[in-house]
Design a protein around this ligand. Structure first.
Ligand code: KE4
Length: 424
């Protein structure tokens, strides 16, 4: 079994040889690799090569790969049965942690992915308000739900256009796509369509155009204008939830949404998503209310137990300050390597998530992010891969650190990054 043999066979049975497009390495060229094992901060590919991992499975693995306590938990729970289709104690165990750590969530519904979480949150917002329009921000990604897989229309505050074939114009035209961090554009959208806007959905720290923090006052403004207009504010915390702090971005920035979407860290590596909010809003969800949403494997005991053990360890270890300083050490090191070589770059970091953009501009929105030299990024990515460092295979994604990343990992990664920069 080698990278080549696995990828070759995969391409005979899976579209593009993958189960999620970004894994095909289209954005960075070169041959995709197949990972067969992970432990702590390291992963190994099918050729037996070892990498220091800053992909961390796109965010879930805040405790690193195969944390012994999470693995043990999964094994013990699995031996009692993998799925029942009726309520099991582990769903309650994880729900109690979520509602304790995220005060704006008084009731939570578990689903199986971030996409299901945001899709359900938008349906709930439309059901609660009786309104149709959705506001999202260009460069923010909320999963592949039709109403959210919409690209920016021609002008500011104009209706969206389908982000992919298969989405009818009629659906896309119910979504307004605005520039991230642009308060004037939000004002304009609400002045034109205020009474029809069901919700505003935002990544409180964008991770999907690369990491872009909210401008000072932006989240507070969204909170105020949605409240004033009777619209629902949805924070998509699939990446930031339990990543930026035990209470996520809403605790970090002290702005509370009406509905929060969670995923990734929440499941500790198992397929888990969730959406939650006040008792009042969540009472509208079936079977208590009339807004329908369901799922065969929602609340799966093994997934719930892995998520619960992951969050319990985070609450026991309080790793956020250490994660923050260790990540700062890495980004400072990267910046000094690139400055020395005179390579234009900017790094956006919040806590243990960051993006290195190959642009001289400060990156405050998607337009700025798109000014990056993606060709240089591709060469950087592949040079790093050869050095045994795995980062996300796209300029527009976040690097992550875990509690398993040691000071030695950081210094070794910086050495290898220096070698890679010399190579490109
Ligand atoms: P999933 O359906 O992929 O579990 O979650 C969708 C989603 C929702 N919201 C945010 C903020 C997200 O970042 C995501 C998924 N993130 C991408 C890349 N950052 C997952 C990687 C992939 O698509 O393969």
């Amino acid at each position: 079994m080698t990278n080549e043999s696995i990828i070759k066979e995969a391409s005979e049975h899976l579209p593009g040889g993958v189960n999620s497009p970004v894994r095909a390495f289209k954005a960075v060229g070169g041959k995709p690799i197949s990972l067969v094992r992970g432990k702590g901060s390291k992963v190994w590919d099918a050729d037996g090569r070892e990498y220091i991992d800053f992909l961390c499975s796109w965010g879930p693995l805040i405790l690193g790969h195969a944390h012994p306590e999470v693995v043990r938990e999964a094994r013990e729970v699995m031996e009692q049965g993998l799925s029942f289709g009726l309520t099991n104690p582990h769903e309650v165990r994880l729900a109690k942690i979520v509602t304790a750590k995220v005060p704006s969530i008084q009731k939570v519904r578990f689903v199986n992915s971030g996409t299901e979480a945001t899709m359900s949150a938008v349906r709930l917002a439309r059901g609660v308000t009786g309104r149709k329009l959705v506001v999202k921000f260009d460069g923010c990604y909320h999963g592949h739900y039709d109403s959210l897989l919409v690209s920016a229309g021609s002008g500011v505050a104009t209706f969206g256009i389908p982000g992919t074939p298969g989405i009818p114009d009629e659906i896309a035209s119910l979504t307004l796509v605005l520039p991230f961090n642009d308060i004037e554009a939000v004002k304009e959208a609400f002045s034109r369509h205020g009474e029809e806007i069901a919700c505003v959905i935002v990544e409180p720290v964008a991770g999907n155009m690369g990491v872009v923090p909210p401008r000072e006052g932006f989240l507070e403004f969204l909170r105020e204008i949605t409240r004033k207009n009777g619209s629902i504010l949805i924070f998509d915390e699939v990446i930031t939830g339990f990543r930026l702090s035990s209470g996520g971005a809403q605790q970090y920035f002290k702005v509370e949404p009406d509905i929060t979407c969670l995923g990734k860290v929440l499941g500790g590596g198992m397929p888990v998503g969730a959406y939650g909010g006040s008792n009042e809003i969540m009472s509208r969800v079936a079977p208590e209310g009339e807004v329908y949403q369901a799922g065969t494997l929602s609340g799966n005991p093994v997934a719930m137990a892995c998520g619960a053990r992951t969050l319990e360890i985070l609450m026991e270890e309080h790793p956020y300050a250490t994660l923050d300083s260790k990540t700062a050490e890495l980004t400072d090191g990267i910046s000094s390597i690139l400055k020395e070589k005179g390579i234009p770059h900017s790094i956006n970091r919040v806590g243990s998530m960051f993006t290195l953009f190959f642009t001289g501009r400060k990156v405050t929105n998607y337009e700025d992010a798109k000014s990056s030299d993606t060709e240089l990024f591709s060469r950087f990515f592949n040079a790093l891969l050869k050095q045994g460092v795995l980062i996300p295979p796209s300029q527009f994604e976040a690097w992550f650190l875990s509690t398993a990343h040691t000071d030695e990992d950081v210094s070794s990664a910086l050495e290898r990054i220096g070698d890679a920069v010399r190579e490109i």
